[in-house]
Write a protein that binds this ligand. Structure first.
Ligand SMILES: [Zn+2]
Length: 284
């Protein structure tokens, strides 16, 4: 994600916020729903077969369908639709699949998501064993271990898709927002006059980066970026945080940069909605 992509993303979020006041569904959601509706029948992934019909010499489940990034993402969104509608198929979770996978894995997608107990990627995308390489931290925060894990998925497992998944009512971002507000109060109290406050506010991102709080250092920048764009509600902060997370991942990982440049990897941003069970697509 380039800087201009990021700015476009921020603009899209801002436009979405304005549209939500008059439209029942967000444009991104409509696009996602339309893309599912327009999916030609012949491109739909094969319906997982009953375990009894899978011979021992079958290829790994993820080799049975198109492994391109778009096909993978479409299949994940279809799985999410099944899950949200109470029609989950729980594919590839039988004993035979488990045995087939003992010799190796070939997942099509990596997912970086929150550790929140309500947001397990395999369940909300209705995927099975061997389908998703998942990395989960509170607020999908990034450290060296996260980057090394995702680089393994990209470089060694050759995943074609990386999904950065945020979600509604994220406790980690609530903490980040609270600590951000406390930092603002501290700055205001420390300053002797309004001009000094303005000077400190100009360097607010640096104050956040130097904070003792890991949560504030990691997610406070997302709160700051959202506020700078006049996006105040937690929903929007969560969307900005997904964009910021993607930007940070690309910035910090030469492996991911190289995979993007050679078109071997696609990164998508998404946000899971707790109440509907649906995935809100933030970027493709
Ligand atoms: Zn969370």
């Amino acid at each position: 994600m380039t800087q201009s992509d990021f700015e476009q993303n921020m603009q899209d979020i801002q436009n979405k916020n304005e549209n939500e006041q008059t439209a029942p569904a967000a444009p991104e959601q409509q696009a996602a729903q339309e893309s599912q509706a327009q999916q030609p029948a012949q491109q739909e992934p094969p319906t997982p077969q009953p375990a009894e019909s899978v011979p021992p010499t079958s290829p790994l489940p993820s080799e049975l369908h198109e492994s391109t990034a778009n096909a993978t993402w479409s299949r994940m969104l279809q799985g999410n639709k099944r899950f949200a509608e109470g029609k989950a198929e729980h594919p590839w979770q039988d004993k035979e699949t488990r045995h087939m996978l003992t010799d190796g894995q070939k997942p099509d997608a990596a997912v970086l998501s929150c550790s929140d107990s309500r947001v397990p990627p395999e369940i909300i995308f209705d995927q099975g064993l061997g389908d998703l390489f998942t990395v989960r931290t509170a607020g999908q925060m990034i450290d060296d271990a996260v980057i090394a894990s995702l680089e393994y998925a990209v470089k060694k497992l050759h995943v074609s898709l990386l999904c950065v998944l945020g979600h509604g009512r994220c406790g980690a971002l609530e903490v980040a927002e609270r600590e951000y507000n406390e930092l603002l109060r501290t700055i205001t109290a420390e300053a002797e006059d309004s001009s000094e406050t303005a000077d400190i506010m100009d360097d607010l991102d640096e104050r956040i980066a130097q904070s003792d709080s890991i949560v504030l250092r990691q997610a406070g920048i997302s709160v700051w970026q959202a506020r700078e764009a006049e996006l105040d509600c937690l929903d929007d902060i969560e969307r900005v945080h997904v964009a910021h997370t993607i930007e940070t991942l690309v910035d910090r990982s030469p492996v991911i940069q190289q995979a993007l440049a050679s078109e071997q990897l696609m990164i998508v941003g998404a946000r899971y909605q707790l109440d509907t069970g649906r995935i809100e697509v933030l970027s493709f």
